[in-house]
Design a protein around this ligand. Structure first.
Ligand code: FBP
Length: 546
C-alpha cells in the first residue's frame, strides 16, 4: 500500500536544465590540475589526470545517440534523491537508444565484486521515482581499491556487456570511482566510469561541485524537528536540549540547521580546532550561556552539536592520528586480539601525552576512538555520544559554579541524535530535480565518451532551467592524505570555512541567539504549493552563491 503523498509524488516530473532537454553539444574548457600535490596525483593517474572541464549547451544539431548497457552502484550512507539519480540515468540512457539497458549492483560496490545485480526495467524505475531511500538496489560500504576487485568486477561487466558504470557516492566512493576509471582506461577495458556527488554531510563540494545531493532534504528534515523541539522547549521552559547532528567530520549540517532554526548554542568543529579549544573550553562556553539565560529567568535552551566535534578538539585529533598510525602499523597483531586486549595494547603503546588524554576520556568514548573504523578508515563518529558527554560535563561544571555561588538556576537536560531520521526522507523538490539532473547528465557524459568525470550541475540557486550541466574530472578534486598509515590520493573533503558566508552569517547573530529566545520553526518540507515555500535551496547554498 502507498500513502497519499507517495501516490501524488510519483507523478512529479523533475525539472531538467535547458541544455539537457533536447539536442546538445559538449563544450570543453581548460585542462585541470588537482587541488594540491599535482606531481604525485599526476603520476598515479597518468590516463585520467589533467582532463578538461566540460559543459553541455543546447545545439541545433541532433540529439546524442549511443547504444550501450550501463551499470549503477549506490555507495555509502543513504541520501535523499538517490532513486532520482537512477531514474534520470535510466531516462537518459533510453533517450540515447531505447534498447539500452541499466543494471543495478546490489548492496553497494560489493555487488560488483560478488556479481550480485538486477536489471532495472521501466516498471521498477517507475515504482521509485521521487522516493527517498536507496532500497531499489541497496547500498554498502565495501571499499573498491584492489586490482583483484577491479578484475572481478570487469568479468561481470563483460558478461552483461556493460560499457559504463555510474558510482553514486561520497568523497571516498568517488575517489574509488576515479581509481577504477584510471585502471579500466590503463588496461583498455572499454568501460567508462562516472561519479555522482552524494552525501547528506555536504562535505563533497568545491569550486565546481556546488553541493552534494541529499544535504538539502536532510537538513530540512532535521531543522523541522529541531524547530519542534525548540517550540516544546519554549513551551515547557524546563529543559536544555542537547542535539547531536550527523555529518561526519564537517559541521555543514549543523551550521545549516543553525541558520534555519536559530538555536541558543551551536558548536562548529572547524572553529573549535581553529581556536585550539579543549573540551573544557567548549563546556565552559556552554555553561556561561546557561548562566546568562538563567539570570534572565530562562532555564531552558537548545544546543546543536556536530557529530564530528570530538575529532576537531586538537588534543583528541592528535590522539586519533597516533591511534590510526599505531593500528595501521600493528594491524596483523591487532586483528588477532579481542577488544579488551586491543585497549591495553593501545594504552601501553601510546605516547605519554596521548595516553593521558586517552585515559581522561569516558570509557565509551575512548573505546569508540580506539576500536571502530569504517572500511575507509574513518572514526565512526555517529557512534560517539558527544551530546550526552557535553550535557554531563556542563552539569558537573554548573554544580561547581553553584557551590561557588556563580549559578543559581536549574539545569535539566534532554538528548537527541538526528541522522538516520533524515537520510531516507522523500527528496525535496530541490533534491528531486537536482538528482534527476545529475543522473540524466551522467548518461550524457557517457554518450560524450567521458570517463573519470563527476556529473556536475551548477548555478543551482537559479531556477532549474538555468542550471548548467557538465562534467568535472575527478582528479581535479584530489590531494594526498594519510590513510591507514600511508599517503593516498583522495578527494579533498570540504570543511566549514570560517571566512565563508554561511559561517559569517551565523557568527554575526549567535551572541544574540544565545541570550534571546530567537527560535525559528521551519515546519515540514512542502512538496506542493507556492515556490517560495517549496523550492528554496539551503541557506548555505544561497549564502555561498549570493
Ligand atoms: P557518507 O555519505 O559519507 O556515506 O556518510 C553519511 C553518514 O550518514 C554520516 O553522516 C554518518 O557519520 C555515517 O553515514 C554513518 O554511517 P552508517 O550509515 O554506516 O551508520
Amino acid at each position: 500500500m502507498k500513502s497519499a503523498l507517495q501516490i501524488a509524488r510519483a507523478a512529479y516530473q523533475p525539472k531538467l536544465p535547458k541544455a539537457l532537454r533536447g539536442a546538445l553539444k559538449a563544450v570543453e574548457g581548460a585542462p585541470t590540475q588537482s587541488v594540491a600535490n599535482q606531481d604525485e596525483v599526476r603520476k598515479l593517474f597518468p590516463n585520467t589526470y589533467g582532463m578538461p572541464y566540460l559543459h553541455f549547451e543546447p545545439s541545433t544539431g541532433g540529439t546524442f545517440k549511443k547504444k550501450l548497457n550501463a551499470g549503477v552502484i549506490l555507495s555509502g550512507g543513504q541520501a535523499p534523491g538517490g532513486h532520482n539519480v537512477i531514474a534520470g540515468l535510466f531516462d537518459g540512457l533510453k533517450s540515447l537508444d531505447p534498447d539500452n539497458r541499466l543494471y543495478g549492483f546490489i548492496l553497494g560496490p560489493g555487488g560488483l565484486v560478488d556479481h550480485k545485480y538486477m536489471e532495472l526495467t521501466s516498471d521498477i524505475i517507475d515504482e521509485y521515482r521521487n522516493t527517498g531511500g536507496f532500497d531499489i538496489i541497496g547500498s554498502g560500504r565495501t571499499k573498491l581499491e584492489k586490482k583483484e576487485q577491479f578484475d572481478k568486477g570487469l568479468e561481470i561487466l563483460r558478461q552483461l556487456d556493460i560499457k559504463a558504470l555510474v558510482i553514486i557516492g561520497g568523497d571516498d566512493s568517488n575517489t574509488n570511482a576515479c581509481v577504477l576509471a584510471e585502471y579500466y582506461k590503463a588496461i583498455g577495458a572499454g568501460v567508462q566510469v562516472i561519479g555522482c556527488p552524494k552525501t547528506i554531510d555536504g562535505d563533497l563540494k568545491n569550486s565546481e561541485i556546488e553541493t552534494s545531493f541529499g544535504f538539502d532534504t536532510a537538513t530540512k528534515v532535521y531543522s523541522e524537528v529541531i524547530g519542534n523541539i525548540e517550540r516544546d522547549c519554549n513551551s515547557a521552559k524546563k529543559y536544555w536540549h542537547f542535539i547531536k547532528l550527523m555529518g561526519r567530520s564537517a559541521s555543514h549540517v549543523t551550521l545549516e540547521c543553525a541558520l534555519q532554526t536559530q538555536p541558543n548554542i551551536t558548536l562548529i568543529g572547524e572553529e573549535v580546532e581553529a581556536k585550539n579549544q579543549t573540551l573544557d573550553d567548549v563546556v565552559t562556553y556552554i555553561a556561561k550561556a546557561v548562566v546568562a539565560r538563567s539570570e534572565r529567568g530562562l532555564d531552558f535552551g537548545t544546543v546543536l552539536v556536530p557529530e564530528g566535534l570530538i575529532e576537531f578538539i586538537p588534543a583528541i585529533k592528535r590522539l586519533i592520528a597516533e591511534l590510526n598510525d599505531l593500528i595501521a602499523a600493528n594491524q596483523e597483531e591487532f586483528d588477532k586480539i579481542d577488544a579488551d586486549r586491543k585497549i591495553s595494547f593501545i594504552k601501553s603503546h601510546l605516547s605519554s601525552d596521548n595516553a593521558a588524554i586517552f585515559n581522561s576520556l569516558p570509557a565509551g568514548v575512548s573505546r569508540q576512538l580506539a576500536l571502530d573504523r569504517d572500511p575507509h578508515g574513518n572514526v565512526q563518529v555517529s557512534l560517539i555520544e558527544t551530546e550526552q558527554l557535553l550535557a554531563d560535563m556542563t552539569a558537573a561544571k554548573l554544580d561547581e559554579w553553584k557551590k561557588e555561588g556563580k549559578f543559581k538556576g536549574k539545569f535539566a537536560t534532554q538528548h537527541h541524535f538526528f541522522g538516520y531520521e533524515g537520510r531516507c526522507a522523500a527528496p525535496s523538490n530541490f533534491d528531486a530535480d537536482y538528482c534527476y539532473s545529475l543522473g540524466y547528465n551522467a548518461s550524457m557524459l557517457i554518450a560524450a565518451g567521458k570517463t573519470g568525470y563527476m556529473s556536475s550541475i551548477k548555478n543551482t540557486v537559479a531556477p532549474a532551467d538555468q542550471w548548467i550541466a557538465g562534467g568535472i574530472p575527478i582528479t581535479m578534486m584530489m590531494n594526498m592524505e594519510k590513510r591507514n598509515g600511508e599517503m593516498k590520493p583522495v578527494i579533498r573533503k570540504a570543511l566549514v570555512e570560517l571566512d565563508g558566508a554561511p559561517f559569517k552569517e551565523f557568527a554575526a547573530h549567535r551572541d544574540e541567539w544565545a541570550i534571546e529566545t530567537a527560535f525559528v520553526y521551519p515546519g515540514p518540507i512542502q512538496y506542493f504549493g507556492p515556490s517560495e515555500v517549496c523550492d528554496q535551496p539551503t541557506k548555505t547554498l544561497k549564502l555561498e552563491h549570493k
